[in-house]
Write a protein that binds this ligand. Structure first.
Ligand code: NAD
Length: 365
């Protein structure tokens, strides 16, 4: 072809494809009523991802900065569905208020659903979907980032070199190579974290109610929680927050840990008994803490408190300890994860509207 472009002539197959696409679009447009959806706890950085994902779904998205609480639930009025994030409360009073406004469809734009009163939602006949999976690497890599920063003290070095202070005292770390790293919860994120640690040459030890055959095939032994606590130099939490895992790391668990061990929590704040961990840090028994989540984060994370005193003594103490690194629930915050969360969330909303609920995403239905 002289101009380098393929010559193209429409054949009968193309006409058929076009006609079936046209019929499909009429069918889909008829089935989709295009809902008005209120997004609670909305942040400016997530809106472009949600708008892009909505391009083929044509819902009307209302972005609200307010967190969903009994006081703000009235803002849902006039919408057919709501979309919430990790710190929005789907408690019984909030669900009752939503039901009174005729709203029964909820999409969570997160994986965990510990913020949902599942019993109340079932009684009130809600349909709730979540994002069952997105880049587990986002959170796993963030846990590694916390570990490396804490160990090699790059956050302290950063501040020091800004002041033209190029000394090294107080910055000594240790080789991760050969260290024992305990992974608690070896689902998608825990397994991704374990693989990275294996790549570092660490000896990975795991605890889960259901051992992972993939990790076992890589030579990872599954031990009891007590064995992990006693043997690991670094412990990383990746199990969900459930009644049985609430305060999994309490004073007794901390006492079992090796002196100087590091603790990482990128899962949910409630896995850790904060005052007990503070005590272990202050006594020097716990070597360092990397936390992306906090038990009482609802009131603080995702908001700027820099111009007012923090009315939480424990969080204030944690952010000021030199061997503690706090990030504000940002493990999920990569471009790849944001795209996947937005795509699944908008597809879930359409699925809720069309009443076919994907099994994996189902919380209540
Ligand atoms: P997952 O469901 O794939 O894995 C969870 C694992 O925990 C499973 O293997 C399960 O068997 C195990 N588990 C359940 N109960 C347990 C118990 N009592 N003891 C030990 N193990 C137990 O989930 P995932 O996608 O890997 O996510 C893990 C957690 O990470 C989520 O529950 C969520 O709270 C948290 N998370 C945090 C962020 C963030 O931004 N920081 C983002 C996404 C998820």
């Amino acid at each position: 072809v002289p101009d380098g472009k393929a010559r193209y002539r429409r054949g009968p197959t193309d006409v058929l494809t076009q006609t079936s696409r046209w019929l499909m679009s009429i069918f889909l447009n008829k089935r989709t009523t295009r809902m008005n959806i209120a997004f609670f706890s909305s942040q400016p950085y997530e809106q472009p991802f949600l708008e892009a994902a909505n391009r083929n779904h044509h819902h009307t998205l209302t972005f609200l900065t307010e967190t969903l609480t009994p006081e703000t639930v009235r803002l849902a009025a006039g919408h057919q569905a709501i979309c919430v994030f990790v710190n929005d409360q789907l408690s019984r009073p909030v669900l009752q208020a939503l039901a009174e406004q005729g709203i029964q469809l909820i999409a969570l734009r997160c994986t965990g659903f510990n913020q949902v009163d599942v019993e109340a939602a079932q009684e009130l006949r809600f349909r709730i979907l979540r994002v069952p999976a997105y880049s587990p690497h986002s959170v796993a890599e963030h846990a590694v980032a916390l570990l490396l920063s804490l160990n090699r003290k790059t956050y302290l070095a950063y501040q020091r070199t800004k002041d033209n202070n190029f000394t090294l005292d107080g910055l000594m770390g240790f080789d991760l190579y050969g260290r024992r790293v305990g992974v608690i919860g070896t689902g998608k994120i825990g397994a991704a974290f374990a693989r990275i640690m294996l790549g570092f040459g660490c000896q990975v030890l795991a605890y889960d109610k259901v051992p992972s055959p993939q990790l076992q095939a890589l030579g990872v032994p599954f031990l009891s929680l007590e064995e992990i606590l006693e043997q690991a130099d670094v412990i990383s939490l990746h199990c969900p927050l459930l009644p049985e895992t609430h305060h999994l790391i309490d004073a007794a668990a901390l006492a079992r840990m090796k002196p100087g061990a590091y603790l990482l929590n990128t899962s949910r704040g409630g896995l850790i008994d904060t005052p007990a961990v503070l005590e272990a840090l202050e006594s020097g028994h716990l070597g360092a803490l990397g936390m992306d989540v906090y038990e009482l984060e609802d009131d603080f994370f995702f908001a700027d408190w820099s111009d007012k005193p923090l009315p939480d003594a424990d969080l204030n103490a944690l952010t000021h300890l030199p061997n503690v690194l706090v990030t504000s629930h940002q493990g999920f915050f990569t471009r790849e994860a944001m795209e996947q969360i937005a795509d699944t969330t908008i597809s879930n909303l359409t699925a809720l509207e069309q009443e076919h609920l994907p099994e994996k995403a189902l919380v209540v239905g």
